[in-house]
Every structure is written in C-alpha cells, then in structure tokens.
Design a protein around this ligand. Structure first.
Ligand code: NAD
Length: 426
C-alpha cells in the first residue's frame, strides 16, 4: 500500500477511536464514496494511438461538493490518488471550506508529450469524468504537472460538452460562469481568481505568523526547501513580512551565507532564472555576490542551525535517517507529507512544533473556494479582498487547532485530524 495512504488511514483510525467513533463509522470514513478508473486514448503527433490510465476518486462529500486536483505523473496509481483524496477531505474540513475531498490523475510523463498531445489528453480526461463532475458535484484543480493552462483546456472542454448536452450555443454568461466553477486554478480570463498562484505560500506565512505570535517569538531565521510555486512565494511573502529567510534550495542544491543574513528573494529568483539553477545565487541587500555565499547540499540544508525549517518540495524528506540531526525548533510542512510519522513523533517529543500540511498548505484550497464562490455568483474580487479573506480563514483555522492542541495537550497534527474528523461526522 502507498506509504502516504497507509499513514493517513492509520492516523484517521487512531484518532477516530480516541474520539469514540464506532468501527462502522470509521470504516465509512476510510472508504471512498466513488472510484472511477478509465483508459484514455489519444492520437499522437506521429499518427499512432496511445492509451493512458486515468483516475478520479471521490472520497467524501459530507461537507459539500468534492474538491481536488488532477495530477499528471508516471507514478500515478489508484492507491496514491485515494491517499490524496483522503487528505483533501481532511484538509477542507480543517480549514472549514464547504467542500468534500477528491483527487484525480493520469499515469503519464507529460514531458514526453508535445503541447498538442498534452491538450488532447487534458480534454480526453474531461470527457471521461464528465458524468461525475460539475460545479455542485465535483470541482477540479491543478496539481503536480497540471497548471492553469491545462485547467483552461479542461474548463473549455467541459463547457463544450455541457452546451452539446443542452443542445445550445447561446449560453447565458451567468450560467457559463457557474459551469466554470467546475474547475479552479483557471487562467484569469476564464474566471480564475486573483491571488490564486500565491495562495498556498501566503497561507503558510499567515499560519507561521499566528504561531510566532502565540509563542511570543520574533527575529527568527528560516530555511525553505524547494523554490517552486509554494517555496518561492512562501520565502518572498515571509521576507516582506519581516521574517529572515537565510537559506533556500531547489533540486540541484542550496544556498546560504556564513552569517545567516536575510536573502533578497526576488533577486535570488532572477539569478536562478538567469543561471538555470539556484546554487551560487547568494543575493543579500540588493546585490548578488556569489563568492560570499555558501553552496551546500540539500541534506545539509535540512540540518542547518536555523530556527524554522519549511520543507516545500517533496514528501518524506525528514525521516528516520535525518530526524536526530534536525536543529530547527519549528517546522512548517508546506509540501504534502514532508515529515514521516516516525520523525513527526520523534521531533514532537523533543519539543519541536510542527505545523501539519493539512493546515499549513491549505491556502491553495481556500482560494480555490473563493474562485468557486466568485464563479457561482458571477463576481470578480480584487486581490486585496482575496488576501483579506484568506488571512481571516487561515487565522481562524489556526486558532481553532492551536486552542485544541493546548487544551488537550496534543500535537497540532492530532488537533487538526480531530477537528477534521468531527467536521466529517458533524
Ligand atoms: P513545484 O514543482 O513548483 O516546485 C517544487 C520545487 O522543489 C522546485 O523548486 C524543485 O526544484 C524543488 N525540489 C525538488 N526536489 C528537491 C530536493 N530534493 N531538494 C530541494 N528542492 C527540491 O511544486 P509546488 O507546486 O511548489 O509543490 C511543492 C509541494 O507542495 C508538493 O508537495 C505539493 O504537493 C505541495 N502543495 C502544493 C500546492 C500548490 O498550490 N502548488 C498546494 C498544496 C500542496
């Protein structure tokens, strides 16, 4: 069984038992409501047909329409999709958005397809799931290797199929806007929301600031692992909020300075774009002086003597091999599942405060909810309004989980899972 699925199911089971739910209720919580798997066949540029395995797993709809991304990756399989769908049910309940949980995917390496083939595959996926999705049934979003362009193709295909079903070409704009709510993370000109691309990083910073406030801490150093959508925006927004990001990394290595001076994050990004990699991009105080920084490995970066570690790349990077070498006192799980169960328990016992992924990285699904709302009401919110609503929602979710963890003397992860399970049975 997939490791994330096993630990998610184990955690839900244990927590539900502690909350005195009976076996029948627990079984219901672990079992997905619907599993759809299918084969997609597309014509390649060379004229041949190729088949791909596709999935949509709808885990729980107790709290509202299913919500979850679509992943294009060679390793996509039924267990992985179920694990991610289960985590979506937990995440939407943790932050209190009126959605259930689902996930989808196609087993494909998108880098081997041309843009035309990728578009064909995205449209074929929508035709396969068309009977099971809809703005009030199941709303899809981007995930690994699917971006707003792909979601745009998907939304377009859905609207085409909908118009064909209703046998009309003259669709009222309000109705079209509602149909578009079947997808979030769309391009802006197709009803996407302002603030969506930065939302996951921004949500993480909001939660971290709340935590520092509760712990009465300031002037702390931060290391961010991963410099993609989540890691970059987290680092950039944290810097704007006056926090000191002193080390960042990508798949090819990490950069930091001997004195832990705060990095100039936009300049580091410019340097990375220019060079094609991050190592050596030591930019501090408006200048990049590559000789003053230190180039370190990804492993070394996780073990730096910083106050806060923010894993924003891959799963299982803090594990039984390196847990005893972690020096940070706070970890914010921005990636999905970056700290294994064993490492979480070990570090929590040592007094490390770990903000769990289902809370820390829920800013994306929160703004997906705002996009869905805007589409359903045919409205367009300003970026300020989106950010204000996000701040309110994330702060509320954090406070609820923090208070529960203090009152019951349990970790933030246990408190988050308890809150979610109650929400799912509520
Ligand atoms: P991304 O592909 O944009 O960025 C990933 C980054 O991680 C890249 O900079 C890559 O170079 C780096 N990386 C890869 N291997 C690494 C390694 N060994 N050490 C250091 N860095 C490494 O992906 P993303 O959208 O930023 O997602 C990152 C994580 O956050 C994933 O776990 C994803 O599931 C999770 N997540 C993303 C969102 C979202 O809105 N994008 C929402 C919730 C959770």
């Amino acid at each position: 069984m997939n490791q994330i699925l096993e630990s998610a199911q184990q955690l839900i089971k244990q927590t539900a038992e502690q909350l005195h739910f009976n076996q029948k209720q627990i079984e219901k919580l672990l079992t997905p409501e619907q599993i759809h798997d299918f084969t997609l066949s597309i014509r390649l540029d060379n004229g041949t047909q190729k088949e791909f395995k596709g999935y949509r797993i709808q885990h729980n709809s107790k709290r509202g329409p299913y919500k979850g991304g679509v992943r294009f990756h060679p390793k996509v399989n039924s267990d992985e999709v179920l694990a991610l769908a289960t985590l979506m049910s937990i995440k939407t309940a943790v932050v209190g958005v009126p959605f259930g949980g689902a996930k989808g995917g196609v087993a494909v390496d998108p880098k081997t397809l041309s843009e035309k083939e990728l578009e064909e595959l995205s449209r074929a996926y929508v035709r396969a799931v068309y009977p099971f999705i809809g703005e009030e049934k199941d709303s899809l979003a981007p995930d690994v290797n699917t971006n707003s362009k792909i979601i745009g193709w998907m939304a377009d295909e859905y609207i085409k199929a909908k118009s064909e079903e209703l046998k009309t070409k003259n669709i009222d704009e309000k109705l079209k806007s509602r149909w578009r709510a079947t997808f979030t993370g769309k391009p802006l000109d197709m009803g996407g929301s302002l603030g969506r691309s930065k939302a996951t990083g921004r949500g993480g910073v909001i939660v971290l600031k709340e935590l520092l406030n509760k712990l009465n801490l300031s002037k702390l150093s931060i290391a961010v692992q991963g410099f993609g959508n989540v890691g970059y925006y987290f680092a950039d927004i944290a810097s704007h909020e006056g926090l000191s990001v002193v080390a960042v990394s990508d798949s090819k290595g990490a950069v930091t300075g001997t004195q832990f001076l705060p990095l100039d994050i936009p300049l580091v990004m410019d340097c990375k774009k220019e060079k094609g990699y991050l190592a050596g991009c030591y930019c501090v105080g408006g200048v990049c002086d590559l000789r003053k920084g230190r180039q370190i490995s990804n492993e070394e970066m996780l073990e730096l003597p910083v106050d806060i570690l923010v894993p924003s790349a891959l799963e299982n990077v803090i594990n039984s091999q390196n847990m005893s070498k972690i020096k940070a006192k706070i970890i914010v799980e921005m990636a999905n599942g970056p700290v294994t169960e064993e490492a979480y328990e070990y570090l929590a016992k040592k007094g490390v405060v770990i903000v769990p992924d289902v809370l820390a990285n829920a800013g994306g699904v929160a703004v997906s909810y705002f996009e869905w709302l805007q589409n359903m009401q045919n409205e367009k919110w300003s970026e300020e309004k989106v950010n204000r609503e996000l701040e309110e929602l994330m702060s509320r979710a954090f406070t609820k989980i923090w208070e529960r963890s203090i009152t019951k003397k349990i970790t933030l992860k246990q408190a988050a899972i308890e809150t979610a399970i109650e929400g799912l049975f509520g």
